[in-house]
Design a protein around this ligand. Sequence first.
Ligand code: C2E
Ligand code: MG
Ligand code: MG
Length: 264
Amino acid sequence: MEPDVLTSRTNDIKQVLLSAIEEQKISLAYQSQISLPAKQLVGVEALCRINSGTWGDVSPEEFIPVAEHTGLIAPLERLVLTQVAHDLPLLLQEHPDIRVGVNLSIRHITEPDFLPFIHAWLDTLPASAVARLDFEITETYFQRISQSVIDGLHTMRTRGVRIVMDDFGSGQSSLSRLHTLPFDVIKLDKQFAQQIDHPMVYAIIKAAVAFSHEFGIELIAEGVETLEQCDALQAIHCHLAQGFYFSHPQPLAHWLSSQNASPT
Ligand code: C2E
Ligand code: MG
Ligand code: MG
């Protein structure tokens, strides 16, 4: 996106991003991932939040694409990673067995200095904490990753980080390349759980669950909003879920008081 084609809204968001980065003012909200049928907390996903001051919160659905198109995604995500490094030991102290998911943009991952940066960042963490990390990458972009990026993801996996294919099934599919891609977990896009009462969607989810069991890949159903959706997923042996039904994304403090450990 060239500067002259930036819309005024995009420009405003770019300014918000620039000042958030300059002032190092981002925050993280963590959303639970739950095992079924036990409904135990098994993980949390870190989601970036920015408060613009003037207009209040701007959604990541808006600011992440702008950051990606204006060259600001790497500085933004490096702030996110700094915050994760701070929060991770606290989260693990309270919930030693959980995993912590961090979203990474392919635009950041493909930057030439990403690999040295991420390994130096991982070096700052205890090995036991590195082994609890999940890096989430949107499926659409897996389509386009080069062999050198694949090799880079492998080096992270050797340290215990898991690679998660996020928003699986939502856009351009990587089905034909799936067997060549390095990933440990599939996150089924929220549209699937939300339309599970449609027989065709139900059959697709069932097939995805069977596929994940056959290949020992974890599958997390995202966007679970109702008891009915949760029950339907459970009935087809989907063992992991995330969504507003269990908990909305919450600030770190929420996860540090034990009475909030179980889903709401
Ligand atoms: P995502 O990684 O797929 O994260 C899940 C999104 O779905 C979150 O939106 C979460 O609040 C929302 N969600 C969770 N449960 C439900 C539900 O039951 N119903 C509905 N309708 N939505 C649900 P959020 O926080 O607005 O983030 C949107 C997207 O922005 C994320 O989707 C992710 O792709 C991106 N994002 C957020 N933080 C970062 C980041 O630090 N780096 C990168 N690259 N992307 C990020
Ligand atoms: Mg995600
Ligand atoms: Mg997702």
